[in-house]
Design a protein around this ligand. Structure first.
Ligand code: BGC
Length: 349
């Protein structure tokens, strides 16, 4: 039988592996480099297996192309922090700016670029990885210990993040997979059908994509995905928010959020009928349509152009640490917080 663990290479003298997790006809390939989802194979209506996430073939490519965050675990804090600065318990903390003066996804050497320790790989379908992020790593206070667990079942992949810190800090992890349910090589996702459980979204100030701090109703705007529509159907620059970001790159506020795992999004591939239902217990869902992809060469030589994949990232609202009206992303000293995302698959005809 084919081995489920493969040595992929080395980074900073630490071994990097590819783990194949399997249940029924679903397979996920996860690497301990960045706790990254490299491959997610899902059967279509005819039983043909389709890899539905964008990614690279080699470890070198992941090391060199750290800006697209393909499939990686983002931390400590997903999304943008204005002026790369925040105040916690009266102290001001400075992060490394990587997007004008702002911090995006906690910088270019975030958790997606770290070699995670393997805690366990059991039953061919469950993998737990661990990372110790020392105090002041990326500029954040507190020694943070985080685990990311991946479990494949017959109908999906569940990722659970658990974090604990010895000082009060921010804990806002997510996974940055880009989905193309027609197959990662299939081109644009604009004909995918999308439904979001979101009556509100957070607008951006301008092309730098910082949140204004407002929470706006989606009603009568192209941001309304409360009823399924194709991603491209209203993706027009005549709506200023979409002009700023050249497509969707916005946080949606999950309706009825109460800390329980609940449906946030449903996405269907128009060619394969593969349907993804995403459930999470995080309060927001960032929708990013791959607006800034520019002919990246991916797995099997695939060309990933603009809109080649859609990233659905469960997380706290952007820059929540600087906006008291947004749900707080703070992890208190000694507290353990766990976040779960379920990516569930079925097919529709
Ligand atoms: C951000 C985009 C950014 C992309 C890749 C997304 O999560 O919202 O603005 O371009 O990540 O860095």
């Amino acid at each position: 039988m084919e081995s489920m663990t493969k040595v992929w290479g080395e980074v900073d003298n630490q071994p990097v592996y590819l783990y194949t997790l399997r249940s029924g006809s679903l397979t996920a390939v996860i690497s301990n480099f960045g706790a990254t989802v490299v491959t997610l194979n899902v059967p279509d209506q005819t039983g043909k297996v389709v890899d539905v996430v964008l990614g690279y073939d080699t470890l070198k490519q992941y090391e060199q192309n750290n800006r697209a965050y393909f499939g990686g675990t983002i931390g400590r804090c997903a999304n943008r922090i204005s002026n790369s600065q925040f105040t916690l318990d009266g102290s001001v903390y400075h992060l490394t700016a990587n997007e004008w003066p702002n911090s995006l996804h906690s910088g270019l050497s975030g958790f997606h670029m770290r070699v995670w320790e393997t805690v366990s790989f059991t039953n061919e379908n469950e993998l737990t990885l661990r990372l110790e992020s020392p105090a002041m790593d990326q500029g954040f206070p507190g020694n943070l210990e985080i685990t990311a667990s991946f479990k494949v079942t017959d109908n999906g992949l569940t990722i659970t993040y658990s974090g604990t810190s010895d000082a009060t800090t921010i804990f806002n992890p997510t996974n940055h997979s880009y989905f193309n349910l027609n197959g990662h090589k299939a081109g644009s996702v604009v004909e995918h059908l999308l439904r979001l459980q979101a009556n509100y979204y957070t607008p951006v100030e301008n092309a730098r994509s910082l949140t204004t701090g407002e929470i706006c109703n989606v009603l009568y705007t192209p941001m309304d995905f409360t009823r399924p529509k194709t991603i491209g159907s209203e993706m027009t620059p005549s709506f200023r928010q979409l002009l700023y970001t050249d497509g969707y790159d916005h946080n949606f506020c999950i309706t009825k959020y109460n800390g329980d795992v609940m449906e946030a999004a449903q996405l269907t591939g128009d060619q394969t009928g593969i349907r993804l239902t995403l459930k999470t217990n995080e309060p927001g869902l960032h929708l990013y349509t791959g607006n800034y992809l520019t002919d990246d060469i991916g797995k099997g030589g695939a060309h990933y152009y603009k809109y080649a994949g859609v990233s659905l990232q469960p997380q706290f609202y952007p820059d929540a640490i600087n906006h008291p009206n947004y749900i707080s992303p703070i992890l208190h000293k000694g507290e353990t917080k766990a976040f779960e995302t379920q990516y569930l698959f079925d097919c529709v005809s």
